[in-house]
Design a protein around this ligand. Structure first.
Ligand code: PEP
Ligand code: MN
Length: 364
């Protein structure tokens, strides 16, 4: 364990140290022309530190574009030669690590669908033994901090000295506003646990669409993230994967210019910024609470429809008592008073009842 902590201390000093670190490039390398043109445009805007491109794409459903594969690695090398930008690719198997290293990829990242699987992460860690290359680890697709932390520890136990984290949001059934819910509190907790690792935000995979990228990127910067990974493409609408969330290098440039970058400043201002950080955290948690309350009320409405169809009463006292007792017990462990829990649940319960009432008594 001490060994791991020791190796992590070295992390922020080298390739990943630049702050903010801006990584951009297409979701997938598609053709040599597409990759080279994107890389050249990104280099021309002068704000990007590293070129990303997916070569092997872990797609949710079969039959989708699964990446060009090893054939695209020479394109990436060529892009580096032309632009001087270091390159980053996602790897999920030992063979992919070997191929990427052979073609002089500069940074590897572990994708969200790989971080969930300790066998795969271990395979990568074994393949990386004796290798010195920075590795970025995306959060797992499910909101499980221990899996994320476990992946960091596995990679740190190989010879990898430079590790960074990428927050790309968490998938859950019924996500609406975001493709992957940011659940900022999990990224914040991970930052707290691994305070010497850099934390990069990936607004593209959180948002799933272009229009909210800026807002999410700004939130990440307000929360003191160390950089951004944003997908870009010369012709986003016709991208072979993740078309809706990619932006042109020009749009990226505009976005990076309008982000308010936060700096470390003098003592008094530092205090204010600490306060701001706490307030940002509260704002994010409040946003999430409202989202969750909205989801809760939608389910209450479905229950209302079911009860109406089956002629069941709205208020079921036993069920309500069970909910309250459970909440009191949980609340006590978290330092929430019985009085507060009662007030909160009464308000939520009344809103549920009102909605169900409207449904039960609706004509037709
Ligand atoms: C990607 O970066 O293109 C990717 C597949 O991301 P994630 O692992 O976050 O889904
Ligand atoms: Mn993508």
């Amino acid at each position: 364990m001490q060994e791991i902590e020791q190796s992590m201390k070295l992390v922020t000093q080298q390739t990943l140290a630049k702050r903010p670190l801006i990584i951009s490039g297409p979701c997938s390398a598609e053709t040599e022309d597409q990759l080279l043109a994107t890389a050249q445009q990104l280099a021309a805007i002068g704000k990007v530190d590293m070129l990303r491109a997916g070569i092997w794409k872990p797609r949710t459903k079969p039959g989708m574009f699964e990446g060009v594969g090893v054939e695209a690695l020479p394109w990436l090398l060529q892009a580096k030669k032309i632009t001087g930008l270091p390159t980053a690719v996602e790897v999920a198997t030992a063979k992919q690590v070997q191929d990427a290293l052979f073609f002089e990829v500069d940074v590897l990242w572990v994708g969200a669908r790989t971080t969930v699987n300790p066998f795969s992460v271990q395979e990568l860690a074994d393949a990386l033994r004796g290798v010195e290359i920075p590795v970025l680890i995306k959060n797992p697709i499910n909101p499980d901090l221990e899996l994320w932390a476990g992946a960091v520890e596995r990679i740190a136990r190989s010879s990898i000295k430079q590790i960074g984290l990428i927050h790309r949001g968490f998938s859950s059934y019924g996500n609406t506003e975001y493709r992957n819910a940011p659940m900022w509190h999990l990224a914040i907790e991970m930052k707290r646990r691994f305070s010497n690792l850099i934390m990069i935000n990936d607004p593209s995979h959180i948002c799933g669409k272009r229009d909210s990228l800026m807002e999410v990127a700004q939130k990440a910067i307000d929360l003191d993230f160390d950089g951004l990974m944003i997908e870009s493409h010369i012709d986003p609408d016709n991208a072979w994967s993740d078309a809706q969330q990619q932006i042109t290098p020009l749009r990226l440039s505009e976005m990076l210019s309008s982000i308010k970058w936060r700096h470390e400043t003098a003592t008094e201002k530092e205090l204010i910024s600490v306060l701001e950080k706490f307030r940002e955290q509260i704002n994010h948690l409040d946003d999430e609470l409202i989202q969750l309350l909205g989801q809760r009320m939608k389910i209450a409405e479905k229950i209302g429809i079911f009860k109406k169809e089956n002629n069941v009463t709205i208020l079921q006292t036993n069920r309500w008592n069970q909910i309250l007792e459970k909440a009191y017990a949980k609340g006590e462990n978290l330092g929430l008073s019985k009085e507060f829990i009662t007030k909160y649940f009464d308000a939520v319960h009344m809103e549920s009842i009102n909605r169900q009432n409207n449904i039960m008594n609706a004509k037709g």
